[in-house]
Design a protein around this ligand. Structure first.
Ligand code: CTP
Length: 395
């Protein structure tokens, strides 16, 4: 029997924890509950105790509890810790590694997988601090579900509602499923991601809209399959995925040098939106009073094409193609021109750059496969499996 330690945070959605416990019990899970102090304002320990058929734990300072079972023991006995609902405050405390109540102490002291189901006001969910905390928790290896969108208890509309209990159960089952086989163990994979910045003067630069999300998701997915991953990242505000070696660069030429240094690799996935041109930067800030400046552009090295010709060419070389029209046609031509093995083509005319989803076409020698629109994580997971297939077939 799998044991779930359910931490119930103090939000209006705490009432849904009762339904979650009921669903888990009917599926044969043992559920033990911990409530934060704030959660008591929304649901009673009696309700959760009756449904979980167990004692409910609420404080670090209960002498009787400590005598019967040290608080650390609570998480040791669990197969999975689920935080539902996770408030903005609780997630912030988790991110900071605080241990100022029973819930956060358990979360800091555990080595068990943690699944977080957030619920909060739409503006709190959209706040930069929460976004930063969610990204950091994910980088720390915590699974953070995306909240549902809809009418909220506070009358506002938008994302922030607790995912429905059946969806939380599905996420619990996915988290407890055995880890994917480490199909890429012993392989080194290079990933480039993000934009490059090409300085004009000490305060200005040429950039593009790449967020780095797709490349970082690919690096994370490859690491989950056991690969040693080197991620060469342009300037982005993203945390380093768990288990990935990261090298930060700014310009295309720095990216080319970094790529060169980390070879050899079994495979390379060039997701970066590398600037095609640079300018010779002015040493001083260009002043407005001077004559209107003219930028003279010089071509950057094509990192992918250079790698394709190099004696260290990885066995599997994958490029990305960001296109705004005739996507497949351009990608097919780009694969041949750059002598890449595969090109992953995406249409960036919509909200792909910076967005959460991507719809891609995988262009290989064998033809073109169009994948349905998927979250960037799912695109990454599927591509990582395909890379594992290809490397296994080649060896
Ligand atoms: N790329 C690269 N070095 C460059 C430019 C691009 O390594 N200087 C890589 C990208 O990482 C991507 C692929 O080449 O994997 C295609 O990038 P893209 O910008 O779509 O192609 P370009 O060659 O720049 O062609 P164009 O901008 O004309 O479409």
């Amino acid at each position: 029997m799998k044991r779930i330690l359910l931490i119930v945070g103090g939000g209006i959605a705490a009432y849904k924890a009762a339904e979650l416990i009921r669903l888990l019990k009917t599926r044969g899970y043992a559920v033990r509950c911990v409530m934060t102090e704030a959660a008591h304002h929304f649901v009673t320990p009696m309700t959760l105790a009756a449904l979980s058929e167990d004692k409910v734990y609420t404080t670090l300072w209960d002498l009787k509890d400590e005598a019967e079972m040290g608080h650390i023991q609570l998480s040791r006995e669990a197969d999975l810790i689920v935080v539902a609902p996770a408030t903005a405050d609780l997630m912030a405390r988790m991110t900071a590694g605080l241990a100022n109540d029973l819930a956060t102490t358990l979360l800091l002291a555990t080595d068990k997988p943690v699944l977080v189901a957030p619920a909060m006001n739409v503006r709190m969910w959209g706040h930069a601090a929460t976004a930063r905390n969610v990204a950091q928790l994910r980088a720390d290896g915590v699974t953070v579900m995306t909240p549902d969108e809809g009418i909220m208890a506070c009358g506002e509309y938008g994302p922030g509602r607790l995912p429905e209990p059946p969806a939380i159960v599905a996420a619990i089952e996915a988290t407890l499923a055995p880890a994917p086989p480490k199909r890429l163990a012993g392989r080194h994979v290079l990933v480039t991601a993000g934009p490059t910045h090409e300085p004009i003067d000490p305060v200005r630069y040429i950039a593009n809209r790449s967020s780095g999300k797709q490349g970082f998701a690919i690096a994370a997915a490859l690491a989950r399959l056991g690969a040693r991953v080197t991620l060469v990242a342009g300037p982005v505000m993203l945390p380093t995925p768990h288990g990935v070696d990261r090298i930060d660069v700014e310009t295309a030429r720095e990216m080319a040098d970094a790529v060169d240094r980390v070879l050899p690799a079994d495979a390379a996935v060039m997701v970066a939106a590398v600037a095609d041109w640079h300018v010779e930067p002015s040493q001083q800030k260009i002043k407005k009073g001077d004559a209107t400046p003219t930028l003279t552009l010089a071509e950057n090295p094509d990192i992918l094409a250079t790698l394709a010709r190099s004696p260290h060419r990885p066995r599997l070389l994958i490029g990305f193609a960001a296109e705004t029209e005739r996507v497949i046609e351009h990608a097919v031509a780009k694969r041949v021109r750059k002598t890449a093995d595969w090109i992953v083509a995406n249409d960036v005319s919509g909200d792909v750059m910076g967005g959460a989803d991507n719809s891609v076409h995988l262009v290989t020698e064998a033809g073109v496969e169009s994948w349905e629109r998927l979250p960037k994580d799912a695109v990454a997971a599927r591509l990582a499996e395909r890379i594992a297939d290809a490397l296994e077939a080649a060896s």
